[in-house]
Design a protein around this ligand. Structure first.
Ligand code: CP3
Length: 348
């Protein structure tokens, strides 16, 4: 990473170094809330767009240009590495990832081979183009957590509770361990490719981890996330770990080993501070639905998040989950300016 990037507010905050304001970026900042995104994507299937270095580069840059956020996040999807190893997986518009033949027995594991860098050459190429364009603005690479990937592979598509996945975890622990082990290996390879191509930080989206109990998380999920963050530590770039509805798991998420723990909107940051062991930065956590309210409400809620964030060793401002498609981009631009105008400093 060059010195300008290493000295950016975002990378400094990940490392818990002093900053003059809380750096800000938004999960799902590149996507359907932007008219320029819809224009660029018109006529191209989601996973085709994710395989085209020029489209990846353009779409990744769009929110950086419009909002002046402190970090870019690669335009991709958590299922990209699964498709790259040959799984018959697609993203259905308005639905999400769907797989033709869900994983249900040992025979299905054979379809999950290791990811080779050449399988995702389009990602490496896009990151090279992006680091040249971004100058000193950090680029966040990402992957799905093994649990969240397993949710789509086992249930076959989106669900609120992923019952088949949880029942496989309880009922067939050998298959579960083999499946999560393979997914962890694929994830390590995918993230390593991104870092080697120039990503300056990475986020693991274990979005649906919040549907298991702390005991099951510790036994059946944590070992795999831990392996991923241990492998990443060797690369030297900061890592972020995020899941939705993880209030009861925040301490365990911290134990997995990332530098930054992402918090959804349900747990106030001054409470999250006590749930995560010392030595972590926190990221979050404005409710994305607040952005659909009038500006004075957004301002009041954002200031409250910033104030509570002062209790953390370091705070990266974000939403508590992804930008909702109906969000007015002007509100995100205004919010970014607001966050930048509030000096970081001791709790008040
Ligand atoms: O800006 C960014 O954050 C980078 C892009 C990004 C996408 N997906 C693009 C995308 C990121 C970080 C993701 C991660 C992702 N994908 C997660 C974890 C984050 C989270 O929200 O919890 C998950 C669970 C997925 C799986 C997935 N892909 C879902 C549930 C959906 C939504 C289906 C829909 O259309 O509402 C997708 C599709 C998807 N991924 C879109 C985008 C921009 C929408 C596709 C489109 O524009 O048609």
């Amino acid at each position: 990473m060059d010195t300008q990037t290493a000295d950016s507010a975002f990378i400094r905050a990940c490392r818990r170094q002093p900053v003059s304001y809380a750096p800000v970026w938004y999960m799902r900042q590149a996507g359907r809330s932007l008219p320029e995104y819809r224009a660029t994507r018109a006529g191209t299937a989601m996973l085709d767009a994710c395989s085209n270095p020029d489209l990846i580069t353009e779409i990744t840059l769009q929110p950086v240009r419009r909002y002046g956020v402190d970090a870019a996040i690669l335009f991709s999807d958590i299922v990209v590495p699964l498709r790259a190893v040959g799984l018959d997986i697609d993203i259905r518009p308005g639905v999400g990832p769907v797989i033709d033949k869900p994983v249900s027995d040992d025979g299905d594991l054979a379809r999950l081979r290791d990811l080779e860098p050449g399988d995702v050459a389009f990602v490496s190429r896009a990151i090279e183009l992006l680091t040249a364009e971004l100058g000193g603005t950090p680029l966040i690479g990402f992957a799905g957590g093994p649990f969240t990937l397993a949710c789509y592979l086992v249930d076959g598509g989106p669900s609120k509770t992923f019952d088949r996945t949880r029942s496989l975890m309880y009922g067939n622990p050998e298959l579960w361990r083999a499946l999560l082990g393979r997914l962890a290996d694929i994830t390590i390879s995918f993230l390593t490719v991104q870092v080697e191509a120039g990503a300056s930080a990475v986020q693991l989206f274990d979005s649906w981890a919040g549907i298991v109990s702390p005991e099951d998380y510790r036994r059946s999920v944590l070992p795999y996330s831990r392996r991923i963050f241990a492998a990443l530590a060797a690369t030297g770039v900061p890592s972020i770990h995020f899941g939705v509805g993880t209030g009861e798991l925040l301490g365990l998420l911290g134990e997995a080993g990332a530098d930054v723990v992402g918090v959804d909107w349900r747990v106030p940051l001054d409470d999250a501070v006590h749930r995560v062991a010392p030595g972590k930065a926190l990221q979050g956590n404005l409710d994305p639905a607040v952005l659909l309210a009038p500006w004075p409400v957004i301002e009041e809620r954002a200031r409250a998040v910033l104030n509570k964030g002062r209790m953390a060793e370091s705070h990266i401002f974000n939403l508590g989950h992804g930008v909702l498609p109906d969000t007015d981009p002007d509100m995100l631009a205004r919010l970014t300016d607001l966050v930048h105008s509030v000096p970081a400093g001791p709790a008040r």
